[in-house]
Design a protein around this ligand. Structure first.
Ligand code: HEM
Ligand SMILES: *[C@@H]1O[C@H](CO)[C@@H](O)[C@H](O)[C@H]1NC(C)=O
Ligand SMILES: *[C@@H]1O[C@H](CO)[C@@H](O)[C@H](O)[C@H]1NC(C)=O
Length: 490
């Protein structure tokens, strides 16, 4: 057999095989564009703008459709009704984590964000309980965030009103909050070890949102055999993890079981208890991954939201003026803003909701999967199928939020200027897998933003009209364009 015949035969076999696989599963799966053998629908999806591609498909195939990333089908849910029906009405069935090939290689099924089944349940329950315990301790999380907000203001004062790119300063504050929850200390904003850590987190967010990485998710084989930015992702993750392992080691040496100081202490105590009952989920490896998950999930998300918020406040000075007027009236200049103030500050609350709605930080959510074969609408989704929920389609719903592409705090206010809740507010997702740090994140956004606006006037370097707020990346998270501004003390 010559080489050509061999190649033709092999290719035909592959082609037939993939067509067969697709047709055998397709009868029951939701409709979708016809996939090509091996590569699936990848050529029909704009990896630079997955969000828009999904919107386009939903117009043709409806709110529930199937896309093939490579040879594996992903069911996409688009629009409030479908997303709510899955994540809330069928919460348990849709609570599994979908495959996320590149990150799965890093997390190895440990931790909380990408873990599965029973391990996920245990880690999630423990983490939520511990965050609550720490919030109710002597030094509550609110105190800690308030203190950090003051440190943030001090650091911004040091810029002396000169133009600066706020990325790193705004990264330090949320990162310090996570640090103090996990291992009870914060870092100086100039600390080199701290800055290295932040740089790695920031770089990983950028890499995670690049088109190349979306490509690697589709063809995981690239991951092992190609050079590329995904290798840096792994290297950076190792750096972060070894830093955390060092902290864990220190904690093991100084642990006092009667007086837990932080998340790591609570975990070590729990693992001692569980070890007695031969229940071995609470391993050290799982601890390292869980705390590194809290870092990954808790630092860049919050800091990107803060950075985007300031950009929007520069672009819309009339919004900023109203927020500052409300801060002046409710908090004044002489005390620190606290969470109790929020209920008296409907405009500020609406502004923060609107920032989160408008920027749509995690457009397609983290992938879910179904825990069992499930009949959904008129389709049958087989156990383990990846489910992508478009949070974007919920946050930018034009019936709930008229002119969804316009930044307008009025989306969350009623006719009398009172705060108006919306079931469509899902930047943290919904259901069993909803962001485990939602309460903390909302506290940080409120306290950091009000404290900064209490102390500074924000001055743009260009005319607000010329500020572009379109995200520069929106693969996994939406990243705002970089910009500079001046913090002028009031
Ligand atoms: C503005 C800030 C934040 C946003 C927009 C955000 C958003 C999200 C989203 C969309 C998910 C995926 C939910 C799902 O799978 O359905 C998630 C998961 C998660 N977030 Fe957040 N998050 C933020 C801040 C935080 C913070 C501060 C923490 C730290 C405590 C945190 C910890 C987590 C964890 C541990 C998960 C995984 C939950 C699970 O798989 O059960 N997040 N977040
Ligand atoms: C979506 O559809 C519009 C209009 O049909 C088209 O111009 C645009 O390029 C499409 N976008 C993507 C990302 O597929
Ligand atoms: C559990 O206990 C055994 C013996 O009692 C010990 O060797 C092991 O290191 C413990 N594991 C953990 C995670 O503490």
């Amino acid at each position: 057999m010559d080489l050509l015949t061999f190649l033709v035969l092999t290719l035909s076999c592959l082609l037939l095989f993939s067509l067969w696989r697709q047709s055998s599963g397709r009868g029951k799966l939701p409709p979708g564009p016809t996939p090509l053998p091996i590569i699936g629908n990848i050529l029909q999806i704009d990896v630079k703008d997955i969000r828009q591609s999904l919107t386009n498909f939903s117009k043709v195939y409806g709110p529930v459709f199937t896309l093939y990333f490579g040879m594996t089908p992903t069911v996409v849910l688009h629009g409030y009704e479908a997303v709510k029906e899955a994540l809330l009405d069928h919460g348990e069935e849709f609570s599994e984590r979908g495959s996320f090939p590149v990150f799965d290689k890093i997390s190895k099924g440990l931790g909380i964000i990408l873990s599965h089944g029973n391990r996920w349940k245990e880690m999630r329950r423990f983490s939520l309980m511990t965050l609550r315990n720490l919030g109710m301790g002597k030094r509550t999380i609110e105190d800690r965030v308030q203190e950090e907000a003051q440190c943030l203001v001090e650091e911004l004062r040091r810029t002396n009103g000169a133009p600066c790119d706020p990325t790193f300063i705004l990264g330090c504050a949320p990162c310090n909050v996570i640090c103090s929850i996990i291992f009870q200390n914060r870092f100086d904003y100039k600390d080199q070890e701290f800055l290295n850590l932040l740089e790695k987190l920031n770089e990983n967010t950028k890499i995670s949102s690049s088109p190349w990485l979306q490509f690697c998710h589709t063809f995981p084989i690239l991951f092992d055999y190609c050079p590329g930015s995904h290798k840096r992702l792994v290297k950076n993750d190792h750096h972060i993890k070894s830093f955390l392992l060092e902290k864990i080691k220190e904690h093991q040496e100084s642990l006092d079981v009667t007086n837990p100081r932080d998340f790591i202490d609570y975990y070590l105590i729990k693992s001692k208890q569980e070890n007695h009952s031969q229940h071995l989920e609470f391993t050290l490896e799982n601890l390292a991954r869980t705390v590194s998950d809290l870092f990954d999930a808790g630092t860049e998300t919050t800091s990107t939201t803060l950075r985007y918020a300031l950009l929007l406040l520069l672009k819309y000075p009339h919004v900023t003026a109203k927020v500052q007027e409300e801060i002046d009236r409710v908090v004044g200049r002489h005390r620190r803003p606290c969470m109790q103030d929020r209920s008296h500050m409907p405009y500020t609350d609406a502004m923060i909701h609107e920032v989160q709605r408008f920027i749509d930080l995690v457009p397609n959510n983290v992938p879910h999967a179904v825990t069992c074969d499930i009949k959904f609408r008129n389709y049958l989704i087989p156990k383990g199928t990846t489910v992508m929920t478009s949070l974007s389609s919920v946050l930018h719903d034009s019936k709930e939020f008229p002119n969804p592409e316009t930044f307008d705090p009025g989306h969350f206010l009623d006719g009398n200027g009172n705060f108006k809740k919306s079931d469509y507010f899902m930047p943290f997702s919904a259901g069993k897998r909803i962001c485990a740090g939602e309460g903390l994140a909302r506290m940080e956004l409120f306290l950091f933003l009000t404290t900064v606006l209490q102390n500074f006037k924000l001055k743009p370097l260009v005319h607000p009209k010329d500020i572009d707020t379109t995200p520069v990346l929106n693969g996994f998270v939406s990243v705002p364009p970089s910009y500079q501004l001046c913090f002028i003390p009031v």
